[in-house]
Ligand binder design. Structure first.
Ligand code: IVH
Length: 685
């Protein structure tokens, strides 16, 4: 072995320290301090040193997480001290009964000790052995006495320290905790498995456990596994702390990730309240699976006194189990819903099932790619969770339950509501019904049309629109303007007053500007902002309809995608007919304060500076814009002229320096037709 220069040894040690710190900041604290590039650079530097001087390479080097060669089997490994499991308490009563059983043994002392409460992580239990602070083995739980040596796999988990941080590490120590996969990582991993033609994992826990038993740890290294520690034992069965709370703090100080939301409670009532919050609020936003909370007697001396029951479960800890927020049920059918823009959204029709206290019958499946990625088939048994609070979500199929009758699914080629052609645009994941008059789009389309940000039709609620559709009064937005009071009073739940109010509200919406109409029509890619830019630029519906895609794309803030979408929409004869009908109903098809397409300032770029005698900055800007000009904030050679008022500063100097024309408010008024209001009246009869 070549002699290693002292400076190289030092540099390697420093790199190891910096990289280990960076991994800790990234994976444990969630607060990366190094950039990815910087990390990679230092990582490669250390790799290069270790390659040149293999003697420098140590097991605790951050480079040694990349995965070892394929193992033939996992060696059995005896735990320092037996790994116990937990008794369960399913409600407050059972938790109180548990406390009473403790009081019978230790009396009042329990009230002086109190409890530590922790999340019960739904993953795979792992024991990490540290010798003089260095990770030497990682073992599965096994039968509690003996597990399997999965060190090569656990080393790849970035949050598990290869060397403990801080100080005061016992010479030999076993840290226990749970390896888990966050939901997001689980999803990504399954997508990758589908792409590779491999079966998906049914839930994050199975995926974590499977990852631990993966023979090729370079595969484990690709998986976004995480770890939380919750216990530590010494060879004599002791614990390196005086209380559970102190133990968790100690673990954290050694760089071990410890689950969030832990708390100290004085009473079982407090522990119950904590569990309630975790179950009903925290759980939905955690991002990883828990199946309960764990209540532990805080005082370690008291724990020892309480001891173990049946050689299996400690008397000093109990799992407060939650209702499962995941259930398995049958995916009866995949159906397709048509949204207002014609997007086809597949959804699961499930055999009704209770998930965390609510009956779930439907769940969105988002798009065809997601269904393919999960390999969901009609007739499959599927795992359903209520992620992020309330939205039901199909995790994936349970392939072992298949009997061959399941039917793979494809997005229909024809719209299930109207039979028109279904299309995908470019690499957009969504499929669309190409028929603008599709009845499936009607309801959602009308709801959008009536919305506050669109035509703002007061009282035209979802339920009301459904009624109008059911009665056959309306099919599209133009029909709304023909609805009469007499028609409405004939419907359920319509008094004369509310009927009159609704008809009046619909009529009032005729005065909404073109921008709101355009937004309300729900043209693909046209949000409220784009609708305003377009309406302001063109001023009238006719002018907008006459514009080519290229012209539309030249409007500031309008990209090619929006331009193409608008142009192809207006090119549709059904749309043109609809616009004529809206015109016939007397809708205002123009935009007040629009730019004049052929205005006196079209093509001009103007800078306004200083205080003008009568016009505010906003008014002056509007004046320029209505005349077709553009207002910018800084003077350049491209500036057509500068409008200067009192106390014009550096912009005026700049204009003079560049030889840009400077004018006053009076001249601005002259150049903009005297500032008369530009009312655009094209189109309306
Ligand atoms: S303490 C002697 N704390 O749940 C106490 N266990 O159902 C042993 N688990 O085997 C466990 N989160 O794998 C403890 N904060 C936590 C836990 C936890 C998850 C697992 C652990 C245990 C199982 C019992």
């Amino acid at each position: 072995m070549s002699a290693v220069p002292d400076t190289t040894t030092q540099r390697a040690a420093e790199l190891k320290r910096v990289l280990a710190r960076a991994q800790y900041e990234y994976y444990v604290l969630d607060q990366p301090a190094l950039s990815d590039q910087e990390y990679d650079r230092l990582f490669r530097e250390l790799q290069a040193i270790e390659e040149a001087y293999p003697g420098v390479r140590a097991d605790d080097s951050p480079t040694q997480r990349v995965g070892a060669p394929v193992q033939s089997a996992f060696q059995p490994h005896r735990h320092l001290v037996r790994m116990l499991s937990l008794d369960n308490a399913f409600d407050q009563g059972e938790l109180e009964a548990w406390e009473q059983s403790i009081e019978r043994v230790v009396g009042d002392a329990i009230h002086r000790s109190g409890y530590t409460v922790e999340l019960k992580i739904d993953g795979a239990a792992i024991a990490l052995t540290y010798r003089d602070g260095v990770l030497v083995t990682a073992t599965t739980r096994g039968d509690g006495t003996e597990g399997e040596d999965v060190t090569a796999n656990v080393r790849t988990i970035r949050g598990v320290p290869l060397r403990l941080m801080g100080s005061g590490h016992p010479p030999l120590l076993e840290i226990r905790g749970e390896v888990y996969l966050p939901f997001a990582g689980f999803e990504r991993m399954n997508e990758a498995r589908v792409a590779a033609g491999e079966p998906v994992y049914v839930n994050p826990r199975n995926a974590a456990a499977g990852s631990m038993r993966q023979l090729d740890s370079s595969i484990t290294a690709q998986r976004p596994l995480r770890f939380f520690g919750y216990a530590a034992v010494l060879p004599d069965g002791g614990v390196p702390a005086k209380s559970q709370w102190e133990l968790l703090e100690t673990l954290a100080s050694w760089g071990i990730p410890v689950a969030p939301h832990r708390a100290r409670c004085h009473t079982i009532a407090e522990a119950t309240a904590w569990a309630h919050t975790i179950e009903h609020e925290t759980r939905a936003v955690l991002g990883f699976a828990i199946d309960g909370g764990v209540v532990k007697v805080n005082d370690i001396a008291l724990q020892d006194e309480l001891g173990i029951r049946n050689d299996r479960t400690p008397r000093w800890a109990v799992a407060r189990k939650f209702a499962p927020d995941m259930a398995v049920t049958r995916l009866n059918k995949i159906e397709v819903n048509v949204g207002r823009t014609g997007v086809l959204t597949p959804f699961a029709v499930l055999e009704p099932v209770d998930v965390g206290g609510a009956t779930v019958t439907y769940a969105s499946l988002h798009n065809a790619d997601q269904i393919a990625a999960k390999d969901l088939r009609e007739g499959d048994s599927v795992q359903v969770v209520r992620a992020g609070d309330v939205i039901p979500y199909v995790l994936g199929p349970v392939p072992e339950k298949r009997d061959g009758t399941e039917r793979p699914w494809r997005m229909p080629e024809l719209c299930p509501r109207c039979g028109s052609e279904v299309r995908r645009f470019g690499d957009d994941v969504a499929s669309y019904c190409t028929n603008v008059a599709c009845p499936g789009r009607q309801l959602e389309g009308l709801v959008h049309f009536a919305a506050k940000e669109a035509m703002d039709i007061d009282g035209l609620s979802y339920a009301r629109i459904q009624q109008l559709l059911d009665a056959g009064y309306v099919h599209d937005v133009a029909d709304l303007y023909d609805v009469t009071v007499e028609q409405l009073v004939a419907l359920d739940r319509f008094g004369r007053k509310s009927a009159e109010n609704l008809v009046a509200a619909i009529a009032a919406s005729k005065q909404q500007p073109l921008s709101r109409l355009l937004f309300g029509l729900g043209v693909r890619h046209v949000g409220a902002q784009a609708a305003q830019l377009l309406a302001k630029q063109y001023g009238t519906l006719d002018a907008m309809m006459a514009a080519s895609p290229a012209q539309l794309g030249e409007v500031r803030g309008i990209g090619d995608i929006i331009a193409a979408s608008v142009a192809s929409w207006f090119a549709d004869p059904t749309v043109q007919a609809l616009m004529e009908r809206l015109r016939g109903r007397g809708l205002r098809l123009d935009e007040p304060n629009a730019v004049q397409a052929d205005g006196p300032l079209t093509g001009f770029t103007v800078v306004i500076t200083g205080t003008l005698p009568t016009l505010s900055r906003g008014d002056a800007t509007a004046l320029v814009e209505r005349a077709g000009g553009r207002v910018t904030s800084s003077v350049s050679k491209k500036t057509s002229f500068v409008v200067a008022g009192e106390e014009a500063g550096s912009k005026l100097d700049k204009a003079r320096e560049l030889g840009v024309e400077v004018i006053d408010e009076a001249e601005l008024r002259r150049r903009t037709d005297g500032g008369r209001e530009q009312t655009v009246t094209a189109g309306t009869t």
